[in-house]
Design a binder for this molecule. Sequence first.
Ligand code: ZN
Length: 252
Amino acid sequence: MSLKRILFVFAHPDDESFTSGVTIAKYAREGETEISLLCATRGQAGKAGDPPLCSPAELPQFRERELYAACGILGIKNVELLDYEDKRLQEVPTGELVGQIQAAIRRYRPQIVITFPPHGISGHPDHRTISAATGLAVTQLAPDESPVRKLYHVTLPSTAPFANRHVHTDPEESITTIITAPGYVPIAAEALLAHRTQHLSVERVFPGVTQGDYANVRDTNTFILAWCAIPGYRIAGKESDLFAGLDTSTLP
Ligand SMILES: [Zn+2]
């Protein structure tokens, strides 16, 4: 087990590549950070591509394989899928979902946990549900049994050029953390393209990428520090490292 560990908690296969591509690629390759992903559904309510790459019945397995391929490209070491139904995450009893996330925290021992903001970026109810459950999972763990020191929401700044689409954003001043890693754009693009059944939404959000033009693939990801358990820690300006404030020689 690496010393530095990050757990991403999302709702669908592709959420990791849409929101956090260059950040995952960078941390997986620099500073010996172990990255894990808990994904609550197999994205079975999504499209199968145009023309379809599989039947609706095959879609969950297809998307699971696409997720494993994307995670392999990004460098995510541990990938765990839960069996919940896409678009129906809010029907799962909160305590059950929170318990699943806490089990993943006990298994992968992350100091950093990252999920959606409460608005879910796209506003998808599953995104909002996993955000709320992850917040509860982190804050309700007993301090002496939790390795988690920071919970982040990955978001988009309201000033971003892509913010005019139908997405929720956060004002620049509320963003605490900016990870810029232009060198990893080709890897982030490759991970997006690994979600082959999702090529229509990949192209809609990152125009050109399916034709090999990576100009619209984000070289920067932005985060809001939503919860922190580092005594006395205050952010001056913006963080440029998710592990800022942590003494990496004595990590839990
Ligand atoms: Zn999603």
